[in-house]
Design a protein. Structure first.
Length: 198
């Protein structure tokens, strides 16, 4: 991974084609929520399929926890769609068939010239694409467990949600005054929030 992509840094806002062929920016997909970003070897890899099967349950939890997930692979559009469908995923998959991200982040997996995939990584991003944690998944057990991701998301949510502890005096006082800007959905309507959903 490029030396400047570290916890605390802003992850590049790549724009790639999603599983339907629509161009999407990571910032658009993240909105104002935490994001789990999976940089995948691709659907040909049994380790990737197994990891993503495990992420299906977590994704359902993330939806009710106002968090997002995106997978990026070097698969072409058809392979990307087959990978997503094959594991039963409901989140956005992006195709980096041109290997823009792979080259820019310096994560070409040189040990597999046949497929020329990315070295798999899982990143947990705070709102604004700020890197919270990076997992190197070249070896399967280097990838985060579902429980590790839950703990990471809890930590990120505690940092980015002013209403994490609504029992605090400051939150109670703000609510009593009618100041709802520090309570979800933070000055937006629920219709606006739902319009951002993928």
């Amino acid at each position: 991974m490029r030396a400047d992509v570290v916890p605390g840094a802003i992850f590049p806002d790549y724009e790639l084609s999603d599983h339907r062929g629509k161009r999407r920016k990571l910032s658009e997909l993240q909105g104002g929520d935490p994001l789990v970003l999976v940089l995948s070897r691709g659907g040909f890899c049994p380790k990737e399929r197994r990891q993503h099967e495990g992420l299906v349950q977590l994704h359902r939890e993330m939806q009710v926890g106002y968090c997002r997930m995106v997978t990026i692979s070097t698969d072409n559009l058809l392979e990307t769609n087959e990978f997503r469908t094959g594991v039963g995923a409901q989140w956005t998959f992006l195709s980096d068939a041109g290997r823009k991200l792979q080259k820019d982040l310096e994560i070409a997996e040189y040990t597999d010239p046949q497929h020329n995939p990315m070295i798999p990584h899982t990143l947990v991003l705070e709102p604004g694409l700020r890197v919270y944690k990076i997992y190197n998944g070249y070896w399967f057990f280097g990838r985060p467990t579902i429980e590790e991701l839950r703990l990471d998301l809890r930590a990120v949510l505690q940092r980015c949600r002013p209403d994490w502890d609504i029992a605090s005096e400051g939150q109670r006082a703000a609510w009593a005054k009618g100041d709802k800007a520090k309570f979800y959905p933070y000055g937006r309507t629920f219709a606006q929030v739902l319009a951002e959903e993928d």
